[in-house]
Structures are given as C-alpha cells and as structure tokens.
Design a protein around this ligand. Structure first.
Ligand code: SER
Length: 324
C-alpha cells in the first residue's frame, strides 16, 4: 500500500492508453495499490504492453474509438473506474487535427456514454494546453479565459466541458487535472511541446550537447512523474463533497525554462552543454500556454501538494538515467 493513501476504495480499474508515457507508470502504481488483478491495461494493437506491464496483470485490446470494445471490457471485468489516457500530444495533434479530435473527443464521448450506462467513474486528463494567448500567463487562475488555438487545446477544453456536463446531467463521477509537462525516465512522451524537458536529461546522460527546440525564457509548468501519478490517484480518491471544481484542476510543481533546467543539470554534470535550435511550431504552441498556473483550488479542495521541485527531480532523473 502506498503511504499517501490512508483509506482505499475497492475498485476495478480500466486504463485506456496503458502503454503511453503516463499510462505505463500509472498502471503499475495502480496495480501496487489496488491489487494487480483489479487493474486492466487497455492497449491498441500498435502499442501492446510488454514485459512487466504485460505480465503483472490483465490486459485487453481497447481502442478508445471503438465503443463496443470499451463496453465489452467494462462488462467482462466489472470495471467501475476508467482512467482515460488515450490522446495525441500537442505537436502531433497539430499535424493530425482530425485524428486528434476523433481520439480526444470522439473517444471521450464513448467513454462517458459507457460510464453513464454502466456507472463508472472517469478520469480524463486536461492540460496546460487548455489555455491560450488571452489567458493570464502568470499564476493562471483556475477559472479563467480558455480560448486555445491548437487542436490539442480545443479537445482539452471541449473535454473539460463534456466531463462537467456528464457529471451535472447524468451524475457520472468525472474528475480531471490540467497536467503540466510531465518529466519521466521510463516511457518517452512522444509528440508534445514539453517533451524537451525529458529529452534534455537523456542528452545530458549520454554526454551530448542538447539542442533546445524552445527558446530561453520560455517558461512552462512541469512536474515529475511520481507527483503526477500521486495527484491523479489522490484526486480520484478525494471526498466528492469537497470538490467544488471537477474538470479540470490546475496542478503544478515548478515553472521552468530551458536555462533553468540546464542550470540544475550543471550542478551534477558541469560539462553539460546546450544550444538553441528553435522549432517555430513548438515555440508558437509554448508561447500560447501559461508560464505558471495557480493550483490553489487543487490544494484547497483535495489537498494537492507537490513533493518534487526542479532540483529533487533533476537528481532523480540523472540517477535513474545512470548519469551520476
Ligand atoms: N505535455 C503536453 C504536450 O506538450 C502538454 O500537456 O503536448
């Protein structure tokens, strides 16, 4: 049992997108908390679970765009909670906007309809990408203007609204956080604007010069994976009577730019070098996102508190990548 949970729900969980950056680690953590046989790893044929993820518990082919497949799996395993982690990240979504909508909104609609019929709770992540140019950039409030101009952002805002609608109209227990960029050492994110914050550590560990696609001064919220996983589970375990908000809570652990991360790495690897190799598409997306979110509602309503700041995260990343 994890120390951060005092009382546990009895639950049967389906994770859709269990082989992605967050899904792969969330599945293993949920299995360690709720029992391996109670956590089904949903996957698509092109991304089957491997190794420990496959061997440690049940797995089922669940394509989020296939409502029948979701319903069959929920029925078969008597699922009561769905963690919906299927999505295209921001840069890929800009390249393939139709597919991003199909997975992000069409898929979410499938999940919510099945949750309504079969009485499941649903977690679906939102993101810093749910904000846009006219949102206050510093200390971005919980409730504020949300007019993103990326397809990723459009799906996230629409998803937040749809989840709130299903909660109010049909009493589906929907909950969500606006994840910042998530830094982890196991599974690569793939196609996000914040991916550089993962890649920089890999480059440092390999002794390579990192080519930053984002410019100095591009501040974005970030979080180390253990905090992101804990936030997710703590929100799903939170007392619903205390939740004024639901979809979705701002959460953050740090606000950093490439130079800040470089400085943190230099403390351990003084030879580390970084140069700028700007990517205009990524820069445009990053420039439309907050510098730093205000997560006080999450702190107040369900006790959110990050444990890892930049330096603690850097130390663990470099150790797990065998760099120090
Ligand atoms: N990490 C995501 C991305 O960069 C943002 O939520 O697309």
């Amino acid at each position: 049992m994890q120390p951060f949970l005092v009382e546990l729900k009895m639950t049967k969980i389906l994770i859709i997108g269990s082989t992605g950056q967050i899904g792969s680690e969330l599945t293993m953590l949920l299995r360690s908390i709720y029992g391996a046989s109670n956590v089904v790893a949903g996957f698509i044929e092109s991304a089957k679970p491997q190794g420990e993820l496959f061997e440690s518990g049940p797995a089922a082919a669940v394509d989020i765009t296939n409502a029948q497949q979701i319903a069959d799996t929920v029925r078969k395993y008597r699922i009561d909670t769905v963690y919906n982690l299927a999505a295209l990240l921001s840069a890929v979504a800009e390249d393939r906007p139709q597919l991003a909508w199909h997975i992000g909104l069409g898929g979410l609609f499938n999940v919510l309809e099945i949750a309504r019929e079969m009485h499941c709770a649903v977690f679906t992540p939102s993101s810093i990408g749910a904000f846009g140019h006219n949102t206050p950039k510093i200390n971005t409030p919980q409730d504020t203007i949300q007019r993103p101009q990326t397809m990723y952002g459009v799906t996230k805002v629409a998803g937040e609204l749809l989840c709130d609608y299903y909660h109010k109209r049909f009493a589906v227990d929907t909950r969500s956080v606006r994840y910042p960029g998530i830094v982890s050492s196991l599974t690569a994110p793939g196609g996000g604007t914040t991916d550089y914050a993962v890649e920089i550590y890999h480059a440092a560990a390999r002794g390579e010069t990192f080519q930053s696609p984002l410019l100095a001064g591009t501040f974005l919220d970030m979080m180390y994976m253990p905090d992101a996983l804990r936030a997710t589970i703590e929100l799903m375990e939170a007392n619903p009577d205390r939740l004024i908000h639901r979809n979705a809570f701002n959460i953050t652990a740090m606000s950093v730019d490439p130079e800040t991360i470089k400085s943190a790495i230099l403390k351990w690897l003084p030879e580390f070098k970084m140069e700028y190799c700007p990517n205009s598409a990524l820069q445009a997306i990053a420039d439309s996102w907050p510098d730093s979110m205000d997560d006080s509602c999450a702190r107040l309503e369900w006790g959110w508190l990050p444990k890892y700041d930049l330096h603690a995260m850097t130390l663990e990343m470099l150790i797990s990548l065998n760099a120090i």
